[in-house]
Design a binder for this molecule. Sequence first.
Ligand code: HEC
Length: 133
Amino acid sequence: MRNLIALAAFAVVAAAPQLASAQDAAAGQRVFAQCRACHQIGPTARNGVGPELNGLIGRTAGTAPGYNYSDAYKRPEVASKVWSEENFTTYIRDPRGVTPGTRMVFAGLRNDQQITDLIAYLKTFAADGKPAQ
Ligand code: HEC
């Protein structure tokens, strides 16, 4: 009996991360509504007011092909930055504080759960916009 309970508990724990990330991504899609005026994502995404955001987590800052970044993105400390989850979180809390002079006119996200959800959503897209494996 004890073994069975242990097994059941293990199954719940093992299933939880996947479940949670699927829910996060769905919630993150709703957060992304705030970005859509300027950013596209997915297989048909193009640069708009802002660069397309496919494969963002793990991408080097300022490298969306064909997008004309502001001078703020040409500064070495910005251009050498990789969009890790940590860097992205710091940035999206206060884009213009973190990257002075950026053309991204967005106040920032204050809610950490929203940021976590948004990252889960961004990570569902590979660099070519197809579903990430
Ligand atoms: C009003 C338009 C606007 C909104 C809204 C906006 N952005 Fe941006 N974003 C931009 C622009 C313009 C740039 C390019 C900045 C530059 O060149 O200075 C940018 C750049 C970025 C970058 C850097 C991309 C790269 O290739 O290095 C990220 C990441 C980003 N935005 C994420 C977001 C997210 C996530 C949201 C929503 C929570 C958002 N943005 C909302 C306009 C916007």
